[in-house]
Unconditional design. Structure first.
Length: 161
């Protein structure tokens, strides 16, 4: 998937990196500015950084886990099912704090697998939930996560007015 640069620079992006006049930036419909440096690979499905102007409240989530309302793991052995439940739970946690997915400035996606296909499967679900809001994210394969049978976890940082 490739992303095109927007034709004009935002003032805040220029202030952040005055020596780099070719930064491309995309501002979503609210207050999180996603920044892409054209000197880096440009066809990745996420921004390299996010900028939030002063005066905003930050929300730091715990890792969202694939738990149902009774605390049981959903989709044992199924990365995609677990990623769906994780994103649903992350959305609920953000909403409880007054935020939404579009307010997220950074995520970390953990997948308990050594198989790159599992990481990609989880990533595809996460990206679909975020839609065009492709905030910076780190995708990490790990040995194990906190719950027996857990394969996916996502933590997020959001900013809201």
């Amino acid at each position: 998937m490739s992303y095109r640069s927007l034709p004009s620079l935002s003032r805040s992006a220029t202030r952040l990196r005055p020596e780099c006049a070719t930064i491309s930036a995309m501002r979503d419909d609210r207050h999180v500015e996603l920044v892409r440096a054209p000197q880096l690979v440009t066809n990745l499905p996420y921004a390299y950084s996010a900028v939030v102007a002063g005066g905003f409240r930050f929300v730091f989530t715990a890792g969202a886990c694939p738990l149902d309302e009774n605390g049981a793991i959903v989709g044992v052995g199924d990365v995609q099912s677990q990623a769906e439940q994780v994103m649903s739970n992350l959305s609920v946690a953000l909403e409880a704090s007054g935020a939404r997915l579009e307010d997220v400035v950074k995520t970390t996606v953990y997948v308990a697998s050594h198989d790159r296909a599992d990481l990609v499967a989880a990533w595809d679900v996460v990206r679909r939930h975020f839609g065009r809001h492709d905030a910076p994210s780190t995708l990490v394969g790990v040995t194990a996560l906190g719950y027996e049978g857990q394969l996916v976890e996502v933590e997020a940082i959001a900013a809201m007015p």
